[in-house]
Design a protein around this ligand. Sequence first.
Ligand code: NDP
Ligand code: MG
Length: 388
Amino acid sequence: MSDRLKVAILGSTGSIGTQALSIAAAHPDRIEVVALSAHSNADLLLEQARRFGVADIALADADAAAHASGHSVSAGDPFVIVGGGPDAVVRLATETGAQVVLNALVGAAGLRVTWETVQAGLTLALANKESLVVGGELIMPLVEDGKLIPVDSEHSAIFQCLLGEDARDVELLWLTASGGPFRGRTREELSGITAEQALAHPTWTMGPKITIDSATLMNKGLEVIEAHHLFGIDYDRIRVVVHPQSCVHSMVEYSDGSVKAHLGVTDMRIPIQYAFSHPRRWEAPVTPIDFTTLGSLDFEPADLSVFGCLRTAFQVGKTGGTAPAVMNAANETGVAAFLEGKCGFLGIEEVVQRVLSEHDVQIVESLEQLESVDSWSRSRAKAVLDAL
Ligand code: NDP
Ligand code: MG
């Protein structure tokens, strides 16, 4: 058992985190979970720590951590060390002996974990796309060869389609998009959408923030920027295609006209497990696609005149510098407001565009600069929302 892979699962109480733990549970001979973190869901975090015998856990919310700390001792769990605050979560990445850190935090809150993991030369299994959107220009030059394995299904697909190929032969990356629950709608129809309608995604079950991003297509916009950084490819060679069945997870087109596609069922456990098993593959608890009953696969262009967030993300990606950090923070603020019923569905896009128009783009120089741009964008977004 000593040669088991030591894995830190950060954001373990979320959609990706719980699925990652199901992979760990299915492969106890291969994976040892050494650290777990959440924001404030102490009950689930403690339950996970007991189940997997994890000594090092942290809650980003300091009050929740203080509360849980008392509980864990009184519940007779001396092995559980509860740390509190965002720094405690980041320390888990580098101070627990993890070989692989799964960053499954949501939002720009994941930036420091990505940064510290890369700096420490550990393998980063990256679900938290926002950290690359915000800090890709700073982070990617520091990544050692083979130490960043994407978990996002499209990027895992492209990563796998690129294996054994020469980067010079890549013509285009084709990112597939389900189109979300509002594919084919007009802007007028989008204006009355409620949070409940937007939370009902047709093909994937995910956390609330990414589900709303999938409905606005901001998720695809974030993924375009993520792909640019991960694979070092210009924006004019990244294409988005709507594919409602979500069966083709993405494709790479080569200079000789060949296209490699990655297909599979819509189950995040496959790319999560691959990030741990790479370069090998382990048996997964999913029923593979039966092509004899699959039926047809459809492809169509994304409607950029309706889904303004995707259009904006392409422009912002090309602008680069601090623009993506501003867009991301305004989007996070807009999504939270929409979920709380404080703005309409199209209000998210409006907030993002208004805050971007107020920003003078700077060259990215440091993490501190990105964090201060992020806070500025959030406070401007709140002011814009108040005035809507
Ligand atoms: P969830 O909202 O389901 O889970 C988020 C996790 O992060 C929870 O453990 C949560 O803790 C924790 N968390 C939330 N805020 C903070 C914070 N400020 N500091 C520290 N921890 C925090 O999100 P998902 O699992 O859906 O998504 C995680 C990431 O993976 C996102 O970047 C998303 O874009 C990406 N992703 C997700 C996919 C999916 O299928 N879900 C697919 C592809 C990518 P608590 O429970 O206490 O709130
Ligand atoms: Mg994705």
